[in-house]
Each structure stands twice: as structure tokens, then as C-alpha cells.
Design a protein around this ligand. Structure first.
Ligand SMILES: Cc1ncc(COP(=O)(O)O)c(C=O)c1O
Length: 446
């Protein structure tokens, strides 16, 4: 065996080569890997034994912090008790229990729950329910779906089509037909460094009227937006914007879908952003915090009247031809129930409204640091926007990410925006440390 052959087949090389990593600069990563091996509370441990403060709740999902005993125990027990139950024409008790428990915290009226395995699948499911609902009530011509520029709704074809992040769309053909987009809500010129919701821009909701004038309301099935756009860089709804969107949808018989995959489960200071902002959608998608990120699971919450529209015809017939092999998987349901218990035990679903003030103050202290052109915050979500390096978009923020990693703090970047979404258990000191790591990186890289 030659040396070259041995090197190519050494465990490290082989392991790194085979895994094609998602949403990752694969070559950069494999040159200088960042490997996590354990996690507890607010911290990851890396393969060098370093403690890394988690500034992004894993990926906006580990809302109760890592390694929560009730959740770990529930998953272990469930695996030994019932590993799988077919979800089509069969059920298991925890699926019903979890759905029912969830409706205790969902916005008023959203009391029917369809389970999926991810946020992307929840989005596909919501879009399909919207189309099928209109058809079931005799308005099958309502086939058009409206998203928003810079929206992120996962990576499947429906979500990609209504999504509005160009890098996620441009490689993948023509996407779904009959989709259009309203304008995004970021307006740095008028709203830079707003603390909380920006004052200007409610009128951007009127863009829906423009699309209604173009396509006619009778062709539009649904509008989908994230109450706070997370993945595109923490874009906040201007004050009054979501209410206005709701009013237009009601006026025109268009369903309003909130994608709360990121904002759900306490991120904004209430269980859901719909409650924080006082606007109830017709359908709502969630995932991530639903199981504290421990087992993949997503869900769609539906108004009962939407669900009931399908409950017609002979009772032995399937009402909705949709579902996944792993819908309401027993391990996910067990994790979901234990997650709800953990949130309740520690009163985490409202904690962001208490600690959010400190977070806002710390984040906004970055105003005036090198390259910072905007700071945005709400609850426990934060975004810091930088001027891009000339000719090298995204590189500056990525350098901040790498520098923070070296300092033992995990942040996230999208474009030239640094995003923070800490676990809801974060202390004031944890939040300050995240911000100071960003400050240090900005000054070092200036
Ligand atoms: C708003 C929103 N919708 C959908 C998704 C997709 O979720 P998943 O990655 O679980 O498919 C995400 C993921 O970040 C998201 O932020």
C-alpha cells in the first residue's frame, strides 16, 4: 500500500470526503473543520475539548438549551417502548396527546394540527392545504401563491418558489408556476438602528393590492410570510404591517399563512409571533423548537373551519391525500411532549419578553463599530448588518463568524448580516458575551 493510498483512506480523510455538507462552504470547512462532539445547556464542546457558547440555539431550534433531562429521558423511553407506528390509517396515543397539548398554546382558533418532519415539509403541507381547501369549497380557480422577496420557506419546490432568496432559487429552474412576490420590508435608509419594530413601512403591505390588481383576487389562494424573516437576515415587520396584510387577505378571501418555523416557541416573547403581534393567520407552519431540535419534526396548525371543509363525503374515504411515513413519529411526539413540559417548567415561552431588553441594549451598543450599518432586534432575535467588502460580498460577515468561533462563540451569518438567536435560557452575561465577541471580531478585522 502506498503512502498516498494510506492517506486517502485514513479515517479522517475518508470521513471528510464522503459527506456533502448542506448549506456549507464544503472546501473551506474540510480545510479547517469545526466539529462539535457534545452539548449541554448554553454550550457546545468541540473535538478539541473547547467550550463554545451557543449564540444561535443550534440553528434557531434548541430553544430550551441543550441536553435537557426530561427530553433525553422521554426519547430514550419511547425508543424502547414503541419505535414506530404507521401514521396512515393507524395512530398512537402520543400523536393525539401532542396535537392536543399544542392547541393549548396556539393562537386562538388554530386548533387542528398536521404533523411533518421539517419546516420545509410543513411549508409544502400548508401550501397544499391552501390549494385543496379552495378547491373543496368550489373555488378551485384560486391557484396562485404569493410569497415575499427575501422570504425563506425551506428548500423544497413549493417553499423555494414562494421564497425570495436569490441564491436559493437561481440554480433550480423555473420552480412552481403561478407564484408571485410582494416586496420585502427591509428599509435601512428610513429604519436603521430601530430598537424593536421599525416605525416606517406599514404601507409595504399594500403591495398585495398591486398583485391583486394584476392577477385578480379570485385567482389567489394564499399569501405566505414569516412574521420576522430570519434566514434572510432578521427583517422585521414594520409597525402595523402584519395587521394590514391580514385585512387585505380578509377583504379578498385569500388565506394568510405565517411561517413560524423560526419565530415559534418563544422566540418573540410569546409562544408564537402571531400572539406577540396580535395577528392570527389561517395556517401556521412550525418545526425546530417544537421538539427543541432533538428529533426532526414540523407541523401545520390550521383553523378548524379549514379542517372541517375537508370533513365531507363518505366517512370511509381519505379526506386529504397527503402525509409522510414519519408524520407524528413516536420519538418526535415523545420529544415534543417533553419539550412542552420543559418550556412550561422554566417558563421559557415568555422569557424573551423579559430578557429581550438587555439583549436589545447589548446589541445596539454595536452601533458605531466598524462596518456596522444597521442593528435589528426583537425578543431574542438579533441581526447586525455590515457593509460588504468591495467585490467580495458575504466575506466580511463570514470572517466575523470565524473569528467568533475562535473566541468560543457560535454566531450565524447570512450575506453580510450576523444573526443571533440564543437559547431562551441565556443569561444576561451570556448575551453580553455574544455581543462582545462580535465587537472584538469587528475591531480586529477593521
Ligand atoms: C421560516 C422558515 N421556514 C422553513 C424553514 C425550513 O425548515 P427545515 O430546515 O426544517 O426544512 C426554515 C429553516 O430555517 C425557516 O427559517
Amino acid at each position: 500500500m502506498t503512502d498516498a493510498h494510506t492517506a486517502a483512506n485514513s479515517p479522517a480523510t475518508t470521513d471528510m470526503d464522503a459527506y456533502w455538507m448542506p448549506f456549507t462552504a464544503n472546501r473551506q470547512f474540510k480545510e479547517s473543520p469545526r466539529l462539535l462532539t457534545r452539548a449541554d445547556g448554553m454550550y457546545f464542546t468541540d473535538d478539541q475539548g473547547r467550550q463554545v457558547l451557543d449564540g444561535i440555539a443550534g440553528l434557531w431550534c434548541v430553544n430550551a438549551g441543550h441536553n435537557r433531562p426530561r427530553i433525553v429521558q422521554a426519547i430514550q423511553t419511547q425508543a424502547a417502548e414503541l419505535d414506530f407506528a404507521p401514521p396512515f390509517q393507524m395512530g398512537h396515543p402520543k400523536a393525539f396527546e401532542l396535537a392536543s397539548r399544542l392547541t393549548e398554546i396556539t393562537p386562538e382558533g388554530l386548533n387542528r394540527v398536521f404533523f411533518t418532519n421539517s419546516g420545509s415539509e410543513a411549508v409544502e403541507t400548508a401550501l397544499k392545504i391552501a390549494l385543496a381547501y379552495h378547491r373543496a369549497r368550489g373555488e378551485g380557480q384560486r391557484t396562485r401563491l404569493i410569497g415575499r422577496e427575501r422570504g425563506y420557506h425551506g428548500v423544497n419546490f413549493g417553499g423555494m418558489s414562494v421564497g425570495g432568496m436569490v441564491a436559493n432559487r437561481k440554480m433550480f429552474g423555473t420552480l412552481l408556476a403561478g407564484v408571485d412576490h410582494i416586496r420585502h420590508t427591509l428599509d435601512i435608509q428610513r429604519n436603521a438602528f430601530s430598537v424593536g419594530l421599525p416605525a416606517h413601512g406599514a404601507e409595504l403591505a399594500d403591495d398585495l393590492e398591486r398583485l391583486v390588481a394584476l392577477h385578480d383576487a379570485s385567482t389567489i389562494a394564499a399569501v405566505i410570510v414569516e412574521p420576522i424573516a430570519g434566514s434572510a437576515g432578521v427583517l422585521l415587520p414594520p409597525q402595523g404591517y402584519l395587521k394590514r396584510l391580514r385585512e387585505f387577505c380578509d377583504k379578498h378571501g385569500i388565506l394568510l399563512i405565517f411561517d413560524e418555523v423560526i419565530t415559534g416557541f418563544g422566540r418573540t416573547g410569546q409562544p408564537f409571533a402571531a400572539q406577540t403581534f396580535g395577528v392570527t393567520p389561517d395556517l401556521m407552519t412550525v418545526a425546530k423548537g417544537l421538539t427543541n431540535g432533538c428529533v426532526p419534526m414540523g407541523a401545520v396548525f390550521a383553523r378548524q373551519s379549514i379542517h372541517d371543509t375537508f370533513m365531507q363525503g363518505p366517512a370511509h374515504l381519505i379526506e386529504l391525500f397527503h402525509g409522510y411515513t414519519y408524520s407524528a413519529h413516536p420519538l418526535a411526539c415523545a420529544a415534543g411532549l417533553a419539550t412542552l413540559d420543559t418550556y412550561a417548567d422554566d417558563q421559557l415561552l415568555t422569557r424573551a419578553s423579559h430578557i429581550g431588553g438587555h439583549f436589545a441594549e447589548a446589541l445596539h451598543s454595536l452601533r458605531g463599530e466598524p462596518h456596522v450599518i444597521d442593528v435589528r432586534n426583537f425578543g431574542l432575535v438579533g441581526g447586525v448588518e455590515l457593509t460588504p467588502r468591495p467585490g467580495e460580498p458575504t466575506k466580511r460577515a463570514f470572517s466575523v463568524f470565524l473569528d467568533c468561533w475562535e473566541q468560543g462563540v457560535l454566531v450565524r451569518t447570512t450575506g453580510d448580516i450576523i444573526a443571533l438567536s440564543p437559547p431562551l435560557i441565556a443569561s444576561a452575561e451570556d448575551l453580553s458575551r455574544m455581543v462582545e465577541a462580535i465587537r472584538t471580531a469587528l475591531r480586529r478585522l477593521a
